[in-house]
Write a protein that binds this ligand. Structure first.
Ligand code: 2IT
Length: 445
């Protein structure tokens, strides 16, 4: 494999797809040595095949807003790779959504899902639809219009979507409802469903809980006590909420959360059931702002237009969106003596920020390992649906914990570089090898 040549070809074929090229480059650099040590990969053009999604769907979504006007958005589903199981991955509704961001997410999802050890391929979908300020009726009509176009491509053993940014239990409910009506089946197509119609216990918490289980393992491997550590979290959505809950339960103190409007610093800690529940209230208000937190809790301060990475904390957890932590932020964190950075969002750090962490041998782990608990729990939901049973909180949590510990072990096994654990390399190599072997075994298709 020649990384430079591959990147040139990829840029030519996918002009301007910044995020996709960024995600691909990171993986290529990580796996180069392992790939070149296995000539059967080169002969079968495994990497060329992995750099091309199986297929992508791009479609018009027309819907009627509350004033009676017709609105048009673009919908997508990238069925990235199904070598190890049905396509699996979330649906994102956010103005930044385009083919590049969904291809990067589908690519990442393919390796992440392999790391979970569950039989799931990678996929991702979404729309440039912004849920901000939309009424419940508008959200429902949009979700129905989206699925009316997509439903034929989905199925419990074909392609199983779930939530992502802008898509929570409500949106999954509306999409699943329309899917069920059109397909005339009530199966495990869609995860993140409500508990009364096939959803799994702990799915809303799973991404954040899983991330903290992973962080706990990172701490253990480096003789760090998580108790008493201060944590800065970005975002205030579902993932940030789950991470804050579990961090608090494990004895750490979350002091910052953020929104598109700026960040909140609460030196007392966002650590009471009331404060953590208030995060959910802020999110479900649909206004996409965190500023009201400082009005409700006057000890806290709101910093307009700023990112939480300027806070002096022990642990930084990007939980919002791709490229939300850049080189400058990484340098600030280092200067402030941060102990550990774990990406909970997908590709939360820019490439130069990741390089900086690794060059400085800082404790850093990538999203595809840290946030895999969400999709792992989705895999458990698929299993429960296929078996027509539902597991208890304890049963799901036990699986989740075990899966996260296992992902950590895979990262250590493949990423050990002398005394330093390069989690980026570890996650990429372990995920890639599993997918590559499955592709190889299934012939040229
Ligand atoms: O990025 C992710 O792993 C998700 N949004 C969850 C995907 C899923 O299928 O549960």
């Amino acid at each position: 494999m020649n990384v430079e040549q591959l990147m040139q070809d990829l840029e030519r074929k996918n002009p301007g797809e910044k995020e996709f090229l960024q995600a691909a480059h990171e993986v290529l650099v990580s796996i180069e040595d392992v790939y070149n040590a296995n000539p059967q990969f080169e002969k079968a053009s495994i990497i060329e095949r992995l750099l091309e999604p199986d297929r992508t769907f791009v479609f018009r979504v027309a819907w009627v807003d509350d004033s009676g006007k017709v609105q048009v958005n673009r919908g997508y589903r990238v069925q990235y790779n199904n070598a190890i199981g049905p396509y699996k991955g979330g649906i994102r509704f956010h103005p930044s959504v385009n083919l590049s961001s969904l291809k990067f997410l589908g690519f990442e999802q393919t390796f992440k899902n392999a790391l979970t050890t569950l039989p799931m391929g990678g996929g991702k979908g979404g729309s440039d639809f912004s849920p901000k300020g939309k009424s419940d009726g508008e959200i429902m009509r949009f979700c129905q219009a989206f699925v009316t176009e997509l439903w034929r491509e989905l199925g419990p053993d074909r392609d199983v979507p779930a939530g992502d940014i802008g898509v929570g239990a409500r949106e999954v409910g509306y999409m699943f409802g329309m899917y069920k009506k059109l397909a005339r089946e009530h199966t495990g197509t869609y995860t993140g469903k409500g508990l009364t119609f096939g959803g799994s216990r702990l799915r809303p918490e799973a991404t954040g809980f899983g991330a903290l289980y992973f962080v706990e393992q990172m701490c253990k491997a480096h003789n760090i006590d998580l108790k008493g550590k201060t944590v800065a979290v970005s975002g205030f959505g579902n993932v940030a909420w789950g991470a804050t809950l579990k961090a608090t339960e494990l004895g750490a103190k979350v002091v910052a959360i953020s929104g598109p409007d700026g960040y909140i610093y609460d030196a007392d800690g966002i650590n009471t059931p009331e404060k953590i529940a208030y995060m959910v209230e802020l999110r479900t208000s649909g206004n996409d702002v965190v500023a009201p937190y400082a009005t409700k809790y006057p000890n806290a301060k709101f910093y307009a237009g700023k990112k939480p990475w300027e806070c002096k904390v022990d642990i930084a957890l990007p939980c919002a969106i791709q490229n939300e932590m850049n080189l400058e932020d990484a340098k600030t964190l280092k200067a402030n003596g941060v102990t550990l950075v774990a990406e909970v969002s997908n590709m939360g750090c820019t490439a130069d920020a990741v390089d900086f962490f690794i060059e400085n041998k800082m404790l850093f782990a990538p999203g595809k390992a840290v946030n895999a608990g969400g999709v792992a729990c989705s895999g458990l939901e698929m299993t429960q649906n296929a078996m027509h049973i539902s597991w208890t909180n304890e049963e799901v949590d036990k699986w989740l914990h075990q899966i996260m510990n296992d992902i950590h072990s895979q990262c250590v096994a493949s990423g050990k570089d002398g005394k330093y654990i390069n989690y980026v390399k570890g996650a990429n190599i372990a995920g890639f090898l599993k997918v590559a072997q499955a592709i190889l075994a299934q012939g040229v298709i």
